[in-house]
Design a protein around this ligand. Sequence first.
Ligand code: DP6
Length: 324
Amino acid sequence: MSVHAATAVACPNIAFIKYWGNRDHPTRLPENGSISMNLSELTTRTRVTFDPSLPNDIFDLNGIRQTTASLQRVTSHLNLIRGLRGVSTRAHVHSENNFPAGAGIASSASAFAALTLAAVNALGLEMSEKDLSRLARRGSGSACRSIPSGFVEWYRGISDIDSFAVSIAKPSHWDLVDCIAVVESGHKKTGSTEGHKLASTSPLQNARVQDTDRRLDRCRDAIIARDFETFAEIIEQDSNLMHAVMMTSRPALLYWEPATIEIIKAVQTWRKAGIPAAYTVDAGPNVHIISEAKSLDAIKHRLSSLPGVKEILIAHPGGPAKIV
Ligand code: DP6
């Protein structure tokens, strides 16, 4: 085989109905379905070059050569893709995020969506969006939602075959905006991969999972109808349910910092005052404030006066992962 290369770009996504816990960890079959929105302004750009002269895979992330767990995770994912093509050629992977490494924005979704698409293309494999999404899921669960465009739903599925993500609305469908209030930029103490393994140790996880179809229906319907009130109520409840599971796992995971709660309380006050704003929090202390674009200035203004907010990032609904 000669040298083969391709470059792909993908956005991270923010989950409105969260993925937390797997039925099968190696294949990342989730306990529950989830819904998210791609974040347009934030991107990962990844070039994969399969080169027969390489003895091992090489992974450069933001210009820094990776040697340990992150290289291992990339190699495992490439092995899966090499297996589909029946080759063993090693690759050089160059990946750049346009968002600050320390901003606490989870990059595994955009990383594995871009890596999957670039590697599949470089090897000349023909794949549907559905199969790309299934494959990206194996690298990082949330990455399957960064393959399709705009507002996306990841089906729980029965098995590997039917656990993938689809677009439920285009980016232009609803002028939502994600105002990310960065309160801490350090690395998170317990990453999502370890966190998913603890979910089943919480006595609340079962109840959360059992109630998921109701939340998915409500969230999907609210997005389709652009019904902000219903949307706000359900995404806040979903975020609180996930954090309740985290806080009651053994060992317990408490991702919130005092500033997280300060922002949550402020958002509640703003909404009561008529500003469409809702919060959601991932596996870290930063708060994503979702609002309609017309209220962005009012929210930015209010957020910047809160002492715990170190930085504000803005993102609108984003498109699918793409070859460039
Ligand atoms: C809290 O997809 O990052 O952001 O599959 O181990 O890579 P891995 O986990 P990951 O988990 C995301 C957890 C979450 C919620 C969500 O995005 O749905």
